[in-house]
Ligand binder design. Structure first.
Ligand SMILES: [Cu+2]
Length: 159
């Protein structure tokens, strides 16, 4: 590589790094309820209906996850927990997950907006879900890797 090419390569790398740094703040921002459509409406993989809590759900060929609630969902706040594993069954936490809860029968009435799951020390992804009314509920979950959506799922349950 000659000198000019090396300088150009360094500049390109700097530009990419700057762009990545600039994009960073958006990730920590939890959008307010009821704002512009995001998540399932924003394109990418279709939304898969997920099996019951505790069952394996595949994300492509590399990862799978299981989800569960800290208690049977009822009025009040329940914690939705997601654990992601690689194909060897080792728990991983290199994905970003967001969740959005609402009642399908009265869509928009209790829309939580897109909220990022928080990681605990064990690498579990946690999201509080506010159940404010008995009836049918859903949480739409979106998994991304480096900002690219790799999986969308729908957890449905009754209260
Ligand atoms: Cu309702």
């Amino acid at each position: 590589m000659n000198r000019t090419a090396r300088i150009l390569a360094a500049l390109a790398l700097a530009a990419v790094t700057a762009a990545a740094a600039a994009a960073q703040p958006a990730r920590s921002c939890c959008s307010s309820p009821g704002l512009a459509p995001s998540g399932p409406q924003a394109g990418g993989p279709e939304v898969k209906d997920l099996p019951k809590a505790g069952k394996k759900c595949s994300i492509g060929e590399v990862n799978y996850f299981v989800y569960d609630f800290d208690r049977t969902p009822k009025m009040g706040t329940v914690i939705l927990k997601i654990q992601v594993f690689d194909k060897d069954g080792k728990q991983v936490s290199d994905l970003d997950i967001t969740g959005r809860s609402d009642m399908p029968s009265m869509r928009g009435a209790h829309d939580s907006g897109e909220v990022a799951f928080k990681l605990n020390k064990k690498g579990d992804y946690l999201l509080p879900v506010n159940i404010v009314m008995p009836g049918d509920w859903e949480v739409l979950v979106t998994f991304s890797r480096t900002k690219i959506v790799v999986f969308r799922g729908r957890i449905a349950f009754g209260v």
